[in-house]
Design a protein around this ligand. Structure first.
Ligand SMILES: O=C(O)c1[nH]c(=O)[nH]c(=O)c1Cl
Length: 309
């Protein structure tokens, strides 16, 4: 079965990759994704300086998914730029996630990445919900507009944005209208975790993560319908752009749902964290079997074909 996918003018052996933040902070983890059955992979969102992140426990898995308030722990952008310099792009495409704590930090990192002139594709994270005192950029439309105006100008090459979930049609409309102002925003990754949820352990009668009184972003089964809605909302509103799906993927059927909704590539977060990089071989096998059963010969034939009633 031909699982090949494309984004920008790049071909992928299959549409799967990790969600930024999962299995991608250190070189050894990145090499694990490089050597997995994933079609591509992405680095942990980076900041100008290294960050230890929030106090632990800051990640917790439940039967329905996960909650995290990592706090952007990362090795600093030069670490990931070094990885991208040394990397052999003939193996599979590589993405770099960038999440500066300010517009100036994003401009500095993007200028350095631009000047390195590497094939790595940038995903600008506008949606980290876990840095105390730093509201999500993409929930402040004026700030997002300013950020995209400045970063488009500075970077000067196609890049993507990692979006939080929206829950109101008016917000889909307004966010898409801003993204459509920026032709260099070539793809939209929907969704980041649903921010500031609360998981409670009834035995301990306590929250389960330490930062922010237990408030954190959730992923996994909890978020699949919201992720699919956001993929399809931006797929419908941004015909000049591509969408990467992220959220709730644990089986080949979930990958198929994201493709139907309009995703060109599909990221895996919580399920990768819980199962490890072997998940990509399983998901590709399940997706191929599903396509076979349905009589499809490529995933391009599925992309965006969701029917309405
Ligand atoms: O706490 C984090 O590091 C984090 N956690 C998330 O769930 N999404 C993000 O974009 C980030 Cl940057």
């Amino acid at each position: 079965m031909d699982l090949s996918a494309s984004l920008l003018d790049i071909r992928f052996a299959n549409p799967l990759l990790n969600a930024s933040g999962v299995w991608c902070r250190y070189n050894e983890e990145l090499d694990g994704l490089r050597d997995s059955a994933a079609g591509s992979f992405i680095t942990k969102s980076c900041t100008l300086a290294t960050r230890a992140g929030n106090p632990e426990p800051r990640y917790y898995a439940t039967p329905l998914g996960s909650i995290n308030s990592m706090g952007l722990p990362n090795e600093g952008y030069t670490y990931y730029l070094d990885y991208a310099r040394a990397y052999d792009y003939a193996k599979k495409p590589l993405f770099m996630s960038v999440a500066g704590l300010s517009l100036e930090d994003n401009l500095a990192m993007l200028a350095a990445i631009r000047d390195a002139g590497l094939p790595a594709v940038v995903e600008l994270n506008l949606s980290c919900p876990n840095v105390p005192g730093k509201p999500q950029i993409a929930y402040d439309f004026a700030a997002m507009d300013r950020m995209l105006e400045a970063t488009s100008r500075e970077y000067g090459r196609p890049f993507g944005v990692k979006m939080p979930p929206y829950f109101d049609i008016a917000h889909f409309d307004e966010a898409a209208a801003i993204l459509n102002k920026y032709p260099l925003v070539a793809f939209i990754t929907c969704i980041n975790s649903i921010g500031n949820a609360l998981v409670i352990d009834i035995e301990q009668e306590s929250v389960v993560i330490k930062p922010k009184d237990g408030f954190g972003g959730i992923g996994g089964d909890y978020v699949l319908p919201t992720a699919l809605a956001n993929v399809n909302a931006f797929f419908r509103r941004c015909p000049q752009k591509q969408v990467i799906g992220c959220g709730g993927v644990k089986t080949g059927e979930h990958v198929f749902m994201h493709l139907l909704a309009g995703a060109s590539l599909v990221q895996v977060g919580t399920a990768l964290q819980e199962e490890g990089p072997g998940i990509f071989a399983r998901l590709n096998g399940e997706l191929a079997a599903l396509l076979e059963r349905k009589g499809y010969t490529s995933i391009e034939a599925v992309l965006g074909k969701l029917k309405t009633l």
